[in-house]
Write a protein that binds this ligand. Structure first.
Ligand code: FAD
Length: 480
């Protein structure tokens, strides 16, 4: 016999305690739902928000900045609380240094940076009529604009372009800019306002505490989700059409019955597991979205030194490889350093440098030990700089791809996504039973049509699925 549920009795299981899962759970609790359980495979909440103690305060191993202000729900939530601060020009004023140790003059670097990066509004317009990849668009426009400045050395321009492509890959989380869809790139909406708002000395975890309405600072304080979050529990299988309910099987063998499941696992986890994770198999449109949307790897390094690193006026530095040095590097064990594109100062952490690596080389780096990685990075610094390089006091790197609970960093729209004519809407659509009840819902950054790859997109997606359930139970008042 079917049990008729209402908002107090409906059993809702949310898989994943990242920002989307926490946003969904807290909205449901605040809307009067009582039977809400969040199941998380890791030993912590936050997912790809991961703030850890380091050096003078904290660093963010995952999401670091609130990207923009207008229509950004994260910004809206905290704008009056004095928690965010602009990162300034750290990511504009960096130094460009060549592998032959030549530092580009400000004049040359400024021209190249302007051509490469300060054309975003025009880029958005130009892409409207462009059929190809973001990469081919960027390369074409770069050389076209450069035609107007014949005094710039073409060899240096080439080296800069290579570095710019790596930077762009870090924005997209793509392996190559030539796989990013030019049209798909336009699906992403930039929120107006400051694009790099940092969380001062507190980190992005602050947002989770606000969502959960935590009062204290203890790591096991889940606020209004008290006793509703289970950590270290991994979901292995979901039977989403078991009569009128769904049965969830955990890796430890426990079975959990649910009326509704909100699945927030990353696109990387879905890609790896969707064929065996769901019974019945997901519908073709959902499978196409999982196959067609892409997520890649962006990893970070954090280095703590005794005193601030390098010349005081450097906000960061980007590595430009000469062809000769690159050919040589590619024949060594350090080949992967090619994709370490730059290091920058970290806000509120004067003694730290934060570096970036992208793509397949980033995945290779994850397979090495921390000390191997640290040694290689110091070799890189010594190759590029003329001044003595001190040993760091502490070194950390991320491994977003090798962790089976993530399998990558964030999502983008590829040429293949376009080819399959799929998108976030297919991933987001809920699976219902015959009576129209949402049984298996999907949230998470990858399901957001316009704010994918961000925390604000993840939070909105969690709210979207919570609201779907709120609306469902509001539309059935006679059964309450
Ligand atoms: C290096 C890096 C830098 C970033 N920088 C920024 C930034 O500056 N600004 C920004 O807005 N965004 C940034 N992002 C993106 C942002 O972190 C993500 O978009 C967002 O956190 C995704 O949230 P989510 O809830 O969709 O997924 P997640 O945070 O991945 O949450 C999903 C949760 O599901 C859990 N899980 C997975 N499988 C299972 C299972 N089988 N059973 C139970 N639990 C499971 C995972 O452990 C995880 O906790 C960055 C990400 C990375 C990796």
């Amino acid at each position: 016999m079917n049990t008729i549920r209402n908002s107090k009795t409906a059993r809702i299981v949310i898989i994943g305690a990242g920002p989307s899962g926490i946003a969904a759970a807290t909205k449901l609790i605040e809307s009067g739902f009582e039977n809400v359980l969040v199941i998380e495979a890791e030993n912590r909440v936050g997912g790809r928000i991961y703030t850890v103690d380091f050096a003078d305060n904290v660093v963010d191993l995952g999401a670091q900045w609130c990207h923009g202000e207008k229509k950004n729900v994260v910004y809206e939530l905290v704008k009056d609380l004095n928690l965010l601060e602009t990162t300034g020009t750290i990511y504009d004023d960096y130094v460009c240094i060549r592998s032959n140790r030549e530092v580009l003059s400000d004049d040359v670097a400024d021209v190249l940076k302007t051509i490469a990066f300060e054309t975003i509004p025009e880029r958005q317009k130009g892409l409207l009529k462009y059929e190809g990849s973001l990469g081919s668009y960027l390369v074409e426009t770069y050389w076209r604009e450069l035609e107007k400045t014949p005094n710039i050395d073409r060899t240096i321009a080439h080296e800069f372009l290579d570095n710019m492509k790596k930077f762009e890959n870090s924005v997209e989380a793509s392996d190559t800019v030539f796989e990013v869809s030019g049209q798909g790139h336009l699906d992403y909406w930039i929120c107006e306002g400051e694009l790099l708002l940092n969380w001062k000395d507190k980190g992005f975890h602050t947002l989770l505490k606000l969502l959960m309405k935590c009062k204290g600072n203890e790591t096991n304080d889940f606020g209004i989700l008290h006793k509703r979050v289970i950590l270290n529990k991994k979901i292995e299988h979901i039977d989403w059409q078991k009569g009128d309910e769904a049965i969830i099987k955990c890796v430890d063998g426990q079975l959990i019955e649910a009326d509704h499941i909100i699945c927030t696992v990353s696109l990387g986890v879905l890609k790896e597991n969707y064929k065996k994770m769901f019974t019945p198999l997901l519908p073709p449109a959902k499978c196409r979205a999982i196959e067609g949307l892409k997520l890649g790897t962006v990893n970070k390094f954090f280095m703590e030194f005794k005193v601030p690193f390098g010349p005081p006026d450097w906000t960061g530095f980007m590595f430009l490889w000469t062809q000769e040095d690159l050919d040589e590097l590619r024949n060594t064990d350090y080949f992967w350093l090619e994709s370490v594109f730059g290091f920058f100062r970290v806000s509120y952490q004067p003694r730290i440098l934060g570096g970036w690596i992208i793509g397949p080389h980033g995945r290779h780096m994850e397979t090495l030990t921390v000390s191997e990685v640290q040694k290689a990075i110091l070799w890189l610094f010594r190759k590029f700089f003329t001044f003595p390089i001190p040993e760091p006091i502490n070194f950390m790197r991320t491994q977003w791809y090798s962790n089976p609970n993530f399998r990558g960093s964030y999502t983008f729209r590829s040429m293949y996504t376009d080819e399959l004519r799929t998108g976030a809407w297919d991933l987001a659509s809920p699976l219902t039973n015959g009576a129209g009840k949402p049984v298996l819902q999907f949230a998470g950054e990858a399901t957001h049509t316009h704010y994918y790859s961000t925390v604000h997109g993840a939070v909105e997606s969690g709210w979207r699925e919570a609201e779907r359930l709120i609306a469902f139970y509001q539309s059935r008042p006679s059964q309450l």
